[in-house]
Write a protein that binds this ligand. Sequence first.
Ligand SMILES: Nc1ncnc2c1ncn2[C@@H]1O[C@H](COP(=O)(O)OP(=O)(O)O)[C@@H](O)[C@H]1O
Ligand SMILES: O=C(OP(=O)(O)O)[C@H](O)COP(=O)(O)O
Length: 407
Amino acid sequence: MRSFRTLDDLPAEQRVLVRLDLNSPVEDGVVQDNRRFSRHAVTVSELAETGHRIALMAHQGRPGRDTFVSLEQHADILAEHAGVDVDFVADTFGDETLAAVRDLDAGDVLLLENTRMTDDELPEKEPEEHADSDFVRTLAPEFDAYVNDAYSAAHRKHASLVGFPLRLPSYAGRVMQTEYEANTAIAEREFDGDVTMVVGGTKATDVIGVMEALDEKVDRFLLGGVAGELFLRAAGYPVGEDVDTELFDEQWDANEETIRSVLEERREQVTLASDLAYEDAEGERAEIDMDDIVEKTQAFLDIGSGTVADYEPAIRDSEAVFVKGALGVFEDERFSVGTVGVLEAIADTDCFSVVGGGDTSRAITMYGMAEDDFSHVSIAGGAYIRALTGEPLPAVELLIRSAERDA
Ligand SMILES: Nc1ncnc2c1ncn2[C@@H]1O[C@H](COP(=O)(O)OP(=O)(O)O)[C@@H](O)[C@H]1O
Ligand SMILES: O=C(OP(=O)(O)O)[C@H](O)COP(=O)(O)O
């Protein structure tokens, strides 16, 4: 079987460039601790304890969004989890970075600034083109090896994920290794009974894009979140737009055709919310039945409790349940009913269950559920559902190519 090299294969005393995924929720400018820090800390502390010189790359948010912030706070949170000092340089690949990298001693850890602050990072391009960018050409010669631990970003063809493996011997970090093994095994697993996928969250494009590829594997989709509102809009309800153009309008434009074709061809496979929740004039949670929504007046922030009651029996009758994305803005307790109700229903059954996504998996901890209540809690969202389709993840492919090239 084609595979990549891991930290077990990394020679001693290397100058290593490591890609993590520390992309986190940000509330009022404050980066929120989450599983991504504790999981990546395992790779970072192992590399530090074995005496490598370590520079870390990661991204945060997308340009133009509130969550697009510096990684300065991430360095402190990561240091706490890893039990080692993590220095930070507010530069991606300029002179300041090169000086700090050259200054590293054995066991030192340095976090570079948000990779998405360089223009070279973001466009989805072929690996060869990324490998030729100033970003990759400048940083790569400073290192002996590249380690990719960012399984949850492995579905993106960005420079820090697919460019470096063409220039450096490349290895999978511990998170990449364990997530890849777990998610590949899950993708290959066959279930006799019903398989349900709960689809929510804000990144509707990621999930809608793979729904058609998953229709053989998944018997029913239960919808909520932004993705659910886009489906409701296609079904003729006046919801799912005008609130935040990036969330709704842009994703509607990108996905309208696919949504309509999924609804046309597989209507019986897709269950939409029968009610939604919003914030009323007194600032309280209020609910409204879908059929009573006659015009667009407010933003909907959760599925309603009637929908949760509709979804519970479907979950109870399933042999496997996959969750991708929250069903509402669960960070605000008033709008946690959908996400928590569905997660608790899953935790109460003995079905095989996977909860994916940096944000969604955070709801488990926030609302007092245990990771053990689920078969697998992935810190990957988009990458894990893409893996379920059996389609290769670009960044994983590049790790494999690097191993084959050097064999
Ligand atoms: N109706 C909604 N409107 C706005 N945001 C929503 C809505 N429903 C869910 N969300 C948000 O979706 C986020 C999770 O989305 P996403 O990034 O797709 O998932 P993950 O990071 O878990 O893969 C949550 O933080 C939640 O606040
Ligand atoms: O958080 C991530 O993906 P996820 O929300 O699907 O888990 C990754 O960091 C990828 O980020 P992106 O979706 O802005 O490219």
